[in-house]
Each structure stands twice: as C-alpha cells, then as structure tokens.
Design a protein around this ligand. Structure first.
Ligand code: CA
Ligand code: CA
Ligand code: ZN
Length: 336
C-alpha cells in the first residue's frame, strides 16, 4: 500500500478503513479509480494541457513523448547482452566461492548519499532546497527501498552523508551530457563506487532527471550519480512528480535496473522475470493497463513499479526480481 497516497486528501482519508483491508495492488487501483480527475490522467493522449516547471505541453502524453520523464541513456541490445553475460559470469564465479559471498549478498546495504544542491541564488525558488527536503528525500528512499510503500524490501537503506551548496547560474540549467554537467560533477563529486552523489538543479531540456548505470563507474567514475530536478523532491512544486520518486526511479538505474518497458513485448524485456512485459511507458495513473497480451505475456503492465513512468502517487513498488538484480549489481560494481 502506498501510504503517502492516503495522506493527500480528506476524501481518501475517509476511505482509509476500507483501503487498509485491501491488497496493495487493488488498493492503489481502487483509489485511482475513485480519485477526482482520474479520467484526465488515464492512459493515452487526452488533450488536457500539462504544465511542468514553467512549460506547457499539449497533454501528458506529449510530455512523455518529449523524453523529459527520464533521460538516462539505456544500453542498446548488444551492450545489454554483454552486461547480462558479465553478470551471469560474475554470479557463477561468486557461487563457486561459496558462503562468504552469499553473506555479503543478503545483509543490509546502507548507501551514503551526498547531496549537491546547485542553485542560482538563495531560496527554494532559486533551487536552494532546504536540508529538511533532502532529509525527506532520504526518508522516501528508505520507505520505497524498504518495502514500506507496498513493494519488495530491497535491503538497501540510505543515509544523508553530506550536503554541498553551490550558486552557479550556468550549472543550474545543466542538460544531459552537457559540459555544465561534467564541470559540476568534476568539482563536486565525492566518495567511491558505493557513494551516491545526488545532484539537484533546474535542468535544461525540461528534464526530471537522469542517472548513470553501475557498469559505467569503472570507465567514468567522475560522472557517477543521479541528477534530479530540484522541484521533484518531496514537497516540491513539480506536481505530479513531487513525492520524491524521481529520486527513487533514478537510483533504480544507478543500481542497475532498466525501465519496465525496456524492449517492449519480448521475453527478455527488462531482464527481470517478475515484471510483466510492457509495450510502452505508462503515465498518469492507468488502471488495468495491458499492452502485451496473448498467453506469452501474462499479467497486467507493472504500472505501480518505480521503473515505469506513472505519477508519483501511483508508483509504489519494486519487485523481488528487481531487488535481486540491484543487489547483484551492487556486489558486482559498487561494493567496497
Ligand atoms: Ca520483465
Ligand atoms: Ca500482459
Ligand atoms: Zn528512467
């Protein structure tokens, strides 16, 4: 159950008693179905203008199509197979070594998080988010990765390890892959492969965020981390992406997860067995979406999954399979 969803309105609070008796999946869907305005957020283009961070799109579909939801660069099919083969070899080698490795694979991992708040001046309207919001982001991560919102408990925990604040109007609007991104990271990044560097800024290109994958650390350690639109932090202004799940999502990439719709309707798709295949990103709060049909692709689309593109109040789960992959990826690429 995504408890934070319940807190969003008196209407939902009234249904709390009913909600608490439902399963997580039915619970989220039941709330979505009864939420005012949910029709305007259903799957597909609806011609209701969508506004985010001062820009307006024709509708939310147009925003999703713009690529702004997440600009993390995914590997192509050949690279993805190489990454998968390397993981398979790593796990086989690890199991040969026996108990020591399996103990490391089952204990709780605490990730130190170094926030780098890039702003263009004082105050939240200039991106200088208060430390209370950073702590709230940490709390969101501990709930989402700890299974407290209804998904699998991944064994990852997060602690606030440090905060830097930099006023730089050029870095503030950094775009994906830009010189500004490189310069900011070169100046600010700290820690080793296990340290999460979490940059907040306004971001050029109307982006919500992006991440680097764990297998990129070895060749480009200086670029490692996640970059997040400052107003997507919990309590920020980037409705409906302002509950901190852009952070949750991008850190999923940082720990080796692909999007749930990666490779569409295919048996391999996102390399996770327990996320049903999905043809395209889901957005808004779709109910009973099923874009890969036939007996080959059982199950509804995993629109509640943190690695899809739905609204923050509607994504609340990692799966057990994703948990295993993140742990494996951590041990392979990030463990100290
Ligand atoms: Ca899958
Ligand atoms: Ca299906
Ligand atoms: Zn993504």
């Amino acid at each position: 159950m995504k408890r934070k969803l319940i807190a969003t309105g008196a209407l939902l609070a009234l249904s709390l008693a009913v909600v608490l008796t439902r399963s997580p999946l039915n619970n989220a869907r039941a709330q979505n179905a009864s939420a005012p305005g949910s029709a305007a957020q259903s799957d597909g283009g609806d011609n209701v203008p969508f506004r985010l961070n001062g820009k307006t799109w024709r509708d939310k579909q147009a925003f999703i199509d713009s690529g702004g939801r997440c600009s993390t660069k995914h590997p192509d099919a050949i690279q993805a197979k190489e990454i998968q083969d390397a993981l398979t070899r790593f796990k086989a080698n690890r199991s040969l070594k026996g108990g020591e490795a399996s103990a490391a694979a089952s204990s709780t991992v605490t990730i130190p998080v170094y926030f780098h708040v890039i702003n263009k001046g004082a105050g939240i309207s200039n991106g200088d988010v208060p430390t209370t919001m950073l702590q709230r982001q940490i709390d969101v991560l501990n709930r989402s990765y700890g299974g407290a919102t209804g998904g699998a408990s991944t064994g990852f925990r997060f602690i606030l390890a440090g905060v830097t604040r930099t006023t730089n109007a050029v870095w503030y609007n950094m775009g994906y892959g830009s010189i500004e991104e490189r310069d900011a990271k070169a100046a600010l990044r700290t820690g080793g492969a296990n340290a999460l560097n979490f940059y907040t800024a306004n971001l050029g290109g109307n982006l919500l965020g992006w991440a680097t994958f764990p297998w990129s650390y070895h060749s480009k350690p200086e670029l490692d981390g996640v970059v997040i639109l400052y107003s997507s932090l919990p309590g920020g202004s980037a409705v409906p992406y302002n509950e901190g799940d852009t952070g949750t999502h991008e850190i999923g990439h940082w720990l080796g997860l692909y999007h749930t719709f990666q490779n569409g309707c295919s048996t391999g798709n996102d390399y996770i067995d327990d996320t049903p295949a999905e043809r395209s990103p889901a957005f808004g709060c779709p109910v009973n979406r099923d874009t890969c049909t036939t007996s080959k692709y059982p199950g509804l689309d995993p629109t509640e999954n943190f690695m899809d593109y739905t609204d923050d109040p509607c994504m609340w789960a990692f799966t057990a399979g994703q948990s295993v992959r993140m742990r494996d990826m951590y041990v392979q690429y990030r463990a100290q």
